[in-house]
Design a protein around this ligand. Structure first.
Ligand code: GUN
Length: 291
């Protein structure tokens, strides 16, 4: 079994980005600048956004964190986005999801300038991704493609089973892996909560991408020998032995499934760190596109 080490791979990517930023600065070019907007006090979201901002600092980017209160209205958030859209100093920005219930998420995502949409969530960018045109690929699917690429995991002609149809992971992952691209050309089956005979399907998978948010859902009897496992799950469960009071559990029962797998991502330290690295990569791209 080979561990797909997202932590190490993300560190390598961030090092590569740092060198590019150093070159940009040495050549008198603009320093990439990412802004992140967060509304409300969701603990997990605050942790993720802080990690994104910290990662910017590490690679030499500029960053802005815009924290808005839970009561922020949709109109106020739209105004904030309008300001970021026209701020020439900001190359890309993200609005951390989920948003409070009184705000229409789709309306917010559609207000972001597609050229600054480094999350790749705007319908224009989702459309370009679906057509295999150059665009910002969302950080999590982009990170998974990069991880498979750097570990030389063959996808061409393989049967990939994607568990989950979310807009952020499952849906783009199934589209990307079926496309004619370096990490692609797979036969993809997309499974979701209404799928019948799920085990019959997962047993046929060469690669499983698990993105359903149910801790340890994928068990050893659901996979064949030498399967490749990409575990996108990051459910927090209480753990008093940890300093922060919780630990992260993936969608895959790592202990038993890793015994049958050829490649597997750990949780934490697999897909999560890659997501942040690819957000930085998209921001660098946004900055370079402008100049
Ligand atoms: N919430 C969970 N994942 C993401 C992400 O990749 N981007 C944003 N903006 N919010 C998220």
């Amino acid at each position: 079994m080979i561990l797909l080490d997202g932590k190490k791979t993300a560190a390598d990517i961030k090092e590569e980005i740092s060198l590019e930023v150093r070159d940009l600065k040495n050549n008198g070019k603009k320093t990439p600048h990412l802004a992140a907007v967060i509304v409300g006090n969701d603990g997990a979201s605050i942790t993720y956004v802080n990690a994104k901002v910290k990662a910017c600092e590490r690679v030499g980017f500029e960053s802005s964190l815009i924290r808005l209160p839970e009561e922020t209205t949709e109109e106020e958030l739209l105004n904030e986005i309008a300001v970021l859209n026209v701020d020439n100093n900001i190359d890309g920005f993200i609005v951390q999801l989920p948003l409070p219930k009184h705000i229409n998420e789709q309306k917010i995502l559609m207000a972001v300038d597609p050229d600054k949409d480094v999350d790749g969530f705007h319908p224009t960018n989702v459309g370009k991704m679906a057509l295999n045109l150059p665009t910002f690929i969302s950080a999590t699917p982009f990170g998974i493609l990069e991880l498979l690429d750097r570990y030389n995991v063959e996808t061409s002609g393989k049967h990939v089973v994607v568990l989950g149809r979310s807009h952020i992971v499952g849906s783009p992952m199934s589209i990307l892996l079926s496309q004619k691209r370096k990490i692609g050309n797979a036969t993809v089956t997309m499974c979701h909560s209404r799928t019948q005979n799920l085990k019959d399907i997962t047993l046929q998978a060469d690669i499983i991408v698990a993105a359903i948010g149910i801790p340890e859902f994928v068990k050893a009897d659901m996979v064949k020998d030498n399967v490749t496992i990409i575990d996108v799950g990051i459910t927090r469960v209480g753990d008093t032995s940890k300093k922060n009071g919780y630990r992260l559990i993936g969608d895959v029962d790592f202990n038993e499934v890793s015994k049958k797998a050829a490649y597997i991502t750990p949780v934490p330290g697999g897909v999560g760190p890659m997501t942040i690295a690819m957000l930085l990569k998209n921001t660098l791209l946004a900055c370079e596109r402008k100049s």
